[in-house]
Design a protein around this ligand. Structure first.
Ligand SMILES: [Zn+2]
Length: 127
């Protein structure tokens, strides 16, 4: 991978990182503001649940984005963490924080369905 390609991915990842941090900060602000309101309790619980779910999803992506930035720094970005083959440029363009090649990701999705993300995490931790 060329230096300029790597820079392109790093810029995309850093932009995504900033975007999620912004989202998380904004959401914290909203939560504090609303808790002092006399809102219906059921509605508050639903909103809280939604916020937690969004936060979960965002922190999941955030963790992957950080992992990818670390791999750029360490020089092994773009290599599948599982089979060590190169991850295709097309896949990286769509998902710059991808840690696995499409084949390994598909196997993970097939075997683990919705919890494939958890598998990602265990592979990352094992690496
Ligand atoms: Zn692979």
């Amino acid at each position: 991978m060329t230096k300029s390609e790597l820079n392109k991915y790093r810029n995309a990842l850093e932009a995504r990182h900033a975007e999620i941090m912004q989202l998380v900060r904004n959401r914290d602000g909203i939560a504090i503001e609303r808790s002092s309101d006399a809102l219906d309790e059921v509605q508050q619980a639903t909103e809280r649940e939604l916020a937690i779910r969004n936060l979960d999803r965002d922190s999941n992506v955030l963790r992957k984005v950080r992992g990818a930035l670390r791999r750029i720094a360490e020089g092994d970005f773009g290599v599948c963490l599982h089979c060590e083959e190169d991850i295709s440029a097309k896949r990286l363009a769509a998902v710059p924080w991808a840690a696995f090649c499409i084949r390994c990701q598909e196997i993970a999705d097939l075997s683990y369905g919705d919890s494939a993300d958890n598998l990602d995490a265990s592979w990352v931790n094992a690496a």
